[in-house]
Design a protein. Structure first.
Length: 102
C-alpha cells in the first residue's frame, strides 16, 4: 500500500512498524476510552510498539469487569489515523474518525 508524502513522513517519524500501519483504522476503533479488549487483537510486541511510538496510552480500564487496564489512542494517534483515513481517498470517508477534543 502506498501512502501520501505527509502520511509516509508521519509514519516514519513515529517509527511505526510497517505491518501495523495498514491496521491502524481497526486499532483506532479498538482503542477508545481505555478499552481492555485490545489486548485480544494485538500482540504484546505490537502494543509495546504502539506505546513506544506514542500512538496509544495505557490507563485504568473503561470496562473494569473485563480487565484492570486498557488502551486508548493518544492525540497523536488520532492525528495519524486521520491522515491514514484521508490518504485512502473519498471512497473511505464515511464515517471517518473524529479526533476527541482535549
Amino acid at each position: 500500500m502506498s501512502y501520501s508524502k505527509s502520511l509516509t513522513a508521519e509514519l516514519t517519524a513515529a517509527r511505526l512498524p510497517s505491518d501495523i500501519a495498514p491496521r491502524l483504522g481497526a486499532i483506532a476503533a479498538a482503542c477508545q476510552d481505555h478499552e481492555p479488549f485490545v489486548v485480544h487483537l494485538l500482540s504484546d510486541s505490537e502494543l509495546a510498539a504502539l506505546e513506544g511510538c506514542r500512538l496509544i496510552e495505557r490507563g485504568p480500564s473503561g470496562a473494569s469487569a473485563v480487565g484492570d487496564s486498557g488502551y486508548r489512542l493518544t492525540r497523536r494517534g488520532w492525528e495519524v489515523v486521520a491522515l491514514l483515513w484521508y490518504d485512502r481517498g473519498p471512497q473511505a470517508r464515511e464515517p471517518g474518525p473524529v479526533i476527541p477534543a482535549g
